[in-house]
Design a protein around this ligand. Structure first.
Ligand code: GDP
Ligand code: IMO
Ligand code: MG
Length: 458
């Protein structure tokens, strides 16, 4: 291995998440020696299908299915240690070794039961107060990032020092229990079975959280590492790295459809900060893009279609695309491909290339609509504006492209795609100005068309 030849790729979602990042990260890992998650938490749900066998991952990088590849959870991830071990045990049962290959940054903020309690109680309060819910995954992601930014989070590092952990936990609980009881009315709130063991009279109990955290500490200790150093060392030794984004660009806390977003930066630039490497180490940004659009949770969606009416394009996307979330089981909203949204995404991420996924789902739709801009307050614009209110007022401007009747399922050669499918892809490249590097034609690892390998230097 040679450091000068080592090449690193960032994979990001370019829409509202669930674009097929997991499948592509697994595919690309054939060329990588290390895979790192750099933001988000177990709100992510990444699905891999290898030789017909399905694996769903939430926290563990999608490189784990390739033997010998090192996997890292970077400092930018908010970590629920119990959920991590549930996932590790699931993989181990399936014969995948994890503990010897997974390293966790000591700077990761912890997600603790009171974060989840705050997340669900806040969403309920929004609904009761007549305010639109965010539609979060209810995993405590937002409250955990709040603690990080407020500089009061408990981090993986703290697990090594029980007294320090206890002191900080007591302080945090004082604050959060006050909010739970006096602001969110938690005494009369039903937290459900998962949180019941931690909550008494509306307050999260110190002993339950502390005792569990200390048990988790013993399990996690062998995997705690200086991830920044290990990544830099691996790169210096000539190893290729893969930075695995979670969520999607329009869920980014700064650039997305705020406030209907997640609480982290999902854009490519954050791969450096969230893993502890310099931006010069990010050589290629691959934008994973569904051949149509989906969104889970609330918030504006200009090209949204009715998806419950049998036989309609929206229904085909939902049913053929099996658009149901792997993290919360919610149905995903579906709509036409939005090239004006992708233009924004390309700009924010500095996309080097696109990977279009789920092309096969559009098989048999007579006519496709491609959104190329919007009418906003009587003016025509060609790129998605910033923030939920403006986007809510955008009326899509569509181009009609004829569909195809042939099946594209499992096609691995670009030339074998139907002419109209190629026309659709060509138009996406033209409007967004980003070349297509890969196309995915089924959930299976093997069913992938390669036009340009992100790991090749030219
Ligand atoms: P991620 O969150 O971006 O990793 O995406 P998810 O795994 O949440 O959702 C993508 C879904 O589409 C998963 O069920 C994948 O197995 C599936 N998938 C990925 N690529 C393709 C494809 O090209 N065609 C079809 N039909 N399904 C795909
Ligand atoms: P992957 O990595 C799709 C959405 C939630 C909600 C908003 C905020 O599988 O693409 P949060 O729990 O993060 O505070 O919820 O973000 N969301 C996702 N939607 N895919 C995901 O991850 C998501 N992670 C969060 O539905 O609208
Ligand atoms: Mg997903």
């Amino acid at each position: 291995m040679n450091a000068k030849k080592a090449r690193n790729v960032v994979v990001v979602g370019t829409q509202w998440g669930d674009e097929g990042k997991g499948k592509l990260v697994d595919w690309l890992t054939e060329s990588a020696q290390g895979v790192v998650r750099f933001q988000g938490g177990h709100n992510a749900g990444h699905t891999l299908v290898i030789n017909g066998v399905k694996t769903a991952l939430h926290l563990i990088p999608s490189g784990i299915m390739r033997p010998g590849v090192k996997c890292f959870i970077g400092n930018g991830v908010v970590l629920a240690v119990g959920k991590l071990f549930e996932e590790i045990e699931g993989l181990e049962k399936a014969g995948v070794s994890v503990r010897d290959r997974l390293r966790v940054s000591e700077a990761c903020p912890l997600i603790l039961p009171f974060h989840q309690a705050l997340d669900v109680a806040r969403e309920a309060a929004r609904e009761q107060g007549g305010v639109q819910k965010i539609g979060t995954t209810g995993k405590g992601i937002g409250p955990a990032y709040e603690d990080k930014i407020a500089r009061r989070a408990l981090r993986v590092q703290d697990l090594k020092y029980p007294e320090r952990f206890a002191t900080k936990l007591r302080e945090l609980l004082k604050l959060h229990n006050h909010i739970l009881v006096h602001v969110l009315g938690s005494r009369s709130f039903d937290f459900g079975p998962a949180l019941q063991p931690y909550v008494k009279d509306g307050e999260v109990q110190f002993d339950a959280v502390y005792n569990e955290a200390m048990r988790h500490a013993e399990l996690l200790k062998p995997m705690i590492a200086d991830v920044s150093r290990e990544l830099n060392d691996l790169h210096a030794a000539g190893g290729n790295l893969l930075f695995e984004g979670a969520q999607g660009t329009l869920l980014d806390v700064d650039h997305g459809t705020y406030p209907y977003v997640t609480s982290s930066n999902c854009v490519a630039g954050n791969a450096a900060a969230g893993a502890g490497v310099g931006p010069g180490m990010l050589h290629y940004v691959l934008g994973i893009t569904k051949a149509y659009c989906t969104r889970v949770g609330s918030g504006p969606f200009p090209t949204e279609l009715e998806w419950q009416k049998e036989g309609t394009p929206g229904w085909i996307m939902s049913t053929v695309g099996a658009e149901k979330g792997v993290t919360t089981g919610r149905f995903r909203r579906c709509g036409w491909f939005d090239a004006a949204l992708l233009k924004r995404s390309a700009q924010i991420n500095g996309l080097s290339g696109l990977c279009i996924t789920k092309l096969d789902v559009l098989d048999g739709i007579e006519e496709l609509q491609l959104c190329v801009g919007y009418e906003l307050d009587g003016e025509k614009i060609d790129i998605l504006p910033l923030g939920a209110d403006e986007i809510e007022r955008c009326k899509p401007i569509y181009e009609t492209i004829p569909g195809w009747t042939e099946s594209t399922v499992g096609v691995t050669d670009y030339a074998k795609l139907p002419a109209n499918a190629r026309r659709y892809l060509d138009r996406i490249q033209e409007v967004t100005g980003v070349p297509i590097a890969m196309v995915s034609t089924s959930p299976d690892r093997a069913h992938t068309i390669l036009l340009h390998n992100p790991y090749s230097a030219d």
